[in-house]
Ligand binder design. Structure first.
Ligand SMILES: [Zn+2]
Length: 187
């Protein structure tokens, strides 16, 4: 319908979000058109996230400060879990099975490797855990990282196979991920 241009624009914007199809997008847009109060609350919340949430300068995870509360915590164990996305940090933190530091490796390049090396030195890290979902690429990436970090004298380990191959962490129940980290094995 042509006179519903703005509503259609909102539906399209929702559809661009992960796991929202046309049906859900339409339902959400209609709910917002119907309830101005809810709509304003949502605008407000989105605006706050856009203004306040950024990537931690050390680990790349989400934070409302330059340095996140995990990187800033002196009581954490001297282990460093390297994960694929900031979302994985949230999943692992929620599992409560891990009390070390993190690094979000969004892509493998020299700059990120240098950042990992800095964390290992500054936090006196003893063990680096490759917490990638098991796959051939993950294995190649772990081997490459191990080669680039081995001169620092740290131990390397990998999360156990509790996480099924090819499945992303958000689809893995918290218990099996917690187990995978607890049952990690040395490389
Ligand atoms: Zn951080």
């Amino acid at each position: 319908m042509k006179d519903l241009n703005s509503l259609n624009k909102l539906i399209e914007a929702f559809e661009e979000l992960p796991s929202i199809g046309k049906k859900s997008a339409t339902r959400l847009a209609l709910a917002i058109a119907k309830d101005k109060f809810k709509a304003l609350k949502l605008i407000n919340a989105i605006e706050e996230v856009v203004t306040n949430v950024k990537e931690c300068e050390i680990c790349g995870s989400f934070s409302e400060h330059e340095i996140c509360e995990i990187c800033d915590d002196p009581n954490r164990e001297k282990t460093l879990a390297i994960v694929e996305s900031a979302k994985d940090v949230m999943v692992i933190e929620e599992s409560g099975s891990y009390n070390g530091f993190y690094f979000v490796l969004s892509h493998l390049d020299d700059e990120n490797i240098q950042k990992i090396r800095d964390i290992i030195k500054n936090k006196e890290i003893k063990e680096v855990i490759f917490a990638f979902p098991p796959s051939v690429e993950s294995e190649a990436r772990s081997l490459y990282l191990e080669d680039k970090l081995k001169d620092l004298g740290v131990e390397f380990s990998q999360i156990a196979q509790g996480v099924p191959t090819g499945v992303h962490f958000e689809n893995v129940d918290i218990n099996s991920l917690a187990k995978a980290i607890k049952l990690r094995f040395k490389l």
